[in-house]
Design a binder for this molecule. Structure first.
Ligand SMILES: [Ca+2]
Ligand SMILES: [Ca+2]
Length: 263
């Protein structure tokens, strides 16, 4: 290699090294400013429309029926009142803190608390898992509002009912005096096959203390932050501004819709 060629090679190497150092410095500065922006000035993300990627899947199995409210809004109703036992899977757009309220019912005649033409006492059970890591367990509040047949007396069956508060699903409903839910094993509940087709890993079956006689139960739980620790955008105020569209494929900037347009 001639001296001229040697000098040219050295200059080229220095240029590449310099570019790499500048790129690295820019990346570090950008990363630190991004981190500062996240901690000092949340939320940094402009208002945008949510996509299905912002949702989490919720799986619910109830013996025998349930309704589910999130933050005071009706989210799901079990589509099958009695049998076959089924799993209800829904897409949920979570907002934290997330107040979960569930009304669950065992199959029970309202007059006797029994099932199958008043020939037997049925048992109950409830389990839920959201893909953000929310699961049922003994940290949920639980209260029974209808039980029977009292004392298990099937010869002269009768029920005891307590009026369900009108705002039982509200965010600010006070459940602080309620008992904690009791956890039950899979063997105690004996879930039917659909349960095993859905993801309930880490979730516990729950009910009140009497799996047979407590027939109408309300569960409540407040999830303060995403259990999986993943930050998520709060879309609860999506109707208080004009959001940009969802991110475009390939990472382009979202398209801002005209003020007069809506979908
Ligand atoms: Ca029962
Ligand atoms: Ca049952």
């Amino acid at each position: 290699m001639s001296r001229h060629e040697c000098l040219s090679a050295i200059r080229a190497t220095r240029t590449v090294a310099g570019l790499l150092m500048m790129t690295a410095a820019a990346w570090i500065l950008g990363a630190s400013s991004h981190a500062r922006g996240q901690t000092q000035n949340q939320p940094q993300e402009p208002l945008r429309k949510p996509t299905l990627a912002d949702t989490v899947r919720g799986n619910v199995y109830a013996d025998n029926w349930f309704v589910l409210y999130l933050n005071g809004q009706l989210v799901a109703v079990d589509s099958i009142a009695f049998i076959p036992h089924n799993v209800v899977s829904v897409d949920i757009l979570p907002t934290y803190p997330m107040t979960i309220a569930v009304l669950a019912k065992d199959n029970a005649d309202p007059q006797t608390g029994m099932e199958y033409a008043n020939t037997s006492i049925g048992d109950a059970g409830f389990i839920l898992k959201f893909a953000d890591g929310t699961v049922t367990d003994g940290s949920w509040r639980a209260r029974c509002f209808s039980r029977g047949p009292i004392n298990g007396d099937t010869r002269r069956p009768r029920v005891e009912n307590e009026a369900i508060p009108a705002d039982w699903f509200a965010i600010d409903f006070d459940d602080s005096t309620w008992e904690w839910a009791r956890e039950y094993t899979e063997r105690e509940i004996d879930p039917k096959p659909p349960f095993y087709d859905a993801d309930f890993a880490g979730a516990k079956f729950i009910w009140t203390d009497d799996l047979e006689l407590d027939n109408t139960v309300i569960f409540r739980r407040v999830v303060e932050t995403p259990p999986d620790g993943r930050p998520r955008t709060d879309f609860s105020r999506i109707n208080e501004g004009v959001p940009a569209g969802p991110p475009r494929r390939g990472g382009g900037q979202p398209r801002v819709r005209k003020q007069s347009g809506s979908r």
